[in-house]
Design a protein around this ligand. Structure first.
Ligand code: GLU
Length: 420
């Protein structure tokens, strides 16, 4: 490690990502110039969006759009609406999108957007105005062949629909390939809503095969009951696993014999909140340390840290969220022989089906649910096994192996273009 690496704050997701990018490029034999190119997004736009609130007042929201690297193709990645969004976080998220695109071999670079806001405290119409205002603010740098947004934390197909409508109005033609994660009737794809969870499920299946774990009756803990966590709970429950714990932003539920997932899915709100309805809750800290076979952090960043990594009881940790495990915790889990399937691999099912959606929009020809699912299964299985194999042969952990595969195509493309 050099001085820069020593100084990094473990909870700084951008600094941590840069460190692993550097390690990956060094392992692949690239010079430092390549790291200099890839350590930050090529473009970062900050916008201030004035929105008329329902009570007649005006509020100014801050938004970002980061475009990490477009050597392979247009940039691609979601937009999150969350009070904790920061510029550094959006930058890190855009780098992770580049890595995901490389891992599942999509013709994209990474992009990401965010607005500092709390959609849980906004009305439907305020959210519509904010979504449209964001698109107007970033319209010059996005588009179906430039940078393609999608859903992320606290954004959904309705928000994608407003954004599509605003963009189409600005451009004066319908442009479904501008954004993915749309409702089906506006050119969305079958299987997009559940795609991240499907991808995580495929990774869990592959990881279970490698470690000899039978998924039937395997005990699973899922932190987060949003889009990824809720579909995942359903898929694993239907596959015969026992989901013994789930958590949301307010607390967690534990039932050693398995939770009633269908009931919880029925009662959750659109932000994935369900624990408020119960009295006997535990904390999210307790949830992560529960006795289980598979732990899936599917919420926010920096959940598994040096402070709790030694107490994790699962033998497989699969990251459905972006950035839930710090670098130090990654080391601790690896040393303890826990199989950690990193975010950039495990959560890449979402962007994979977003790619399928964009391809369908460009062709004007739409696929069935079965076609989408079959194609996703092949992509995810191959990606998992390529990374698993590389980790074994190069004797590195799955995160570094994922970064090596994720960064390779983008570095090659940047070299061919003569950028480095
Ligand atoms: N926001 C999702 C992610 O972090 C999906 C991005 C997309 O579909 O473009 O992977």
């Amino acid at each position: 490690m050099d001085d820069y690496d020593k100084q990094i704050d473990q909870l700084d997701v951008l600094g941590s990502t840069q460190t692993v990018i550097k390690q990956a490029l060094t392992k692949l034999g690239y010079p430092n110039e390549m790291y200099e190119l890839l350590r930050e997004p090529l473009r970062m736009l900050t916008v201030r969006i004035p929105i008329r609130m329902d009570d007649g007042s005006t509020k100014i929201f801050t938004g970002y759009r980061a475009q990490h690297n477009d050597s392979v193709g247009p940039t691609k990645g979601g937009v999150r609406f969350h009070p904790d969004v920061t510029e550094r976080e959006v930058k890190a998220l855009s780098i992770w999108m580049s890595l995901k695109a490389g891992i599942v071999d999509l013709p994209y670079g990474g992009g990401k957007g965010g607005i500092v806001c709390d959609p849980r405290e906004m009305s439907f119409r305020e959210l519509e105005r904010l979504s449209r205002g964001y698109v107007r603010a970033i319209s010059q740098i996005v588009g179906p062949t430039k940078d393609i947004p999608a859903p992320d934390v606290f954004t959904n197909s309705q928000i994608m629909a407003w954004m599509l409508d605003e963009y189409s109005k600005i451009r004066e033609f319908d442009s479904p390939g501008f954004i993915t994660g749309k409702p089906l009737v506006l050119g969305g794809s079958h299987g997009r809503e559940s795609a991240t969870a499907k991808g995580v499920t495929i990774c869990i299946n592959e990881a279970a095969k490698k470690t000899g774990l039978d998924l039937v009756d395997a005990r699973v803990v899922i932190q987060g009951f949003g889009n990824a966590g809720s579909f995942l709970a359903k898929f694993l429950h239907d596959a015969g696993a026992k989901v013994v714990g789930i958590g949301d932003a307010y607390g967690a539920l534990y039932e050693p014999d398995g939770l009633d997932i269908d009931y919880l899915l029925d009662r959750r709100d659109s932000f994935g909140t369900v624990t408020k309805l119960f009295k006997n809750t535990i904390t999210n800290e307790e949830l992560l340390e529960l006795e289980c076979d598979i732990l899936v952090p599917a919420a926010i960043e920096n959940q598994i840290t040096k402070d709790n990594a030694a107490n994790i009881q699962a033998s497989i940790v699969v990251e459905a969220a972006n950035g839930p495990t710090t670098m130090e915790a990654t080391e601790i889990l690896s040393e303890r022989g826990i199989l950690l399937v990193p975010d950039v691999l495990a959560s890449s099912g979402g962007v994979t089906v977003s790619y399928f959606e964009w391809v369908q929009n460009n062709q004007g020809y739409y696929w069935t649910d079965e076609e989408v699912e079959g194609k996703l299964e092949i992509v995810m299985r191959n990606s998992f096994n390529n990374i698993y194999q590389l980790a074994k042969t190069r004797k590195v952990n799955m995160r570094l192996a994922s970064y090596m595969i994720g960064v390779r195509k983008m570095a090659e493309a940047s070299r061919f273009r003569g950028w480095v």
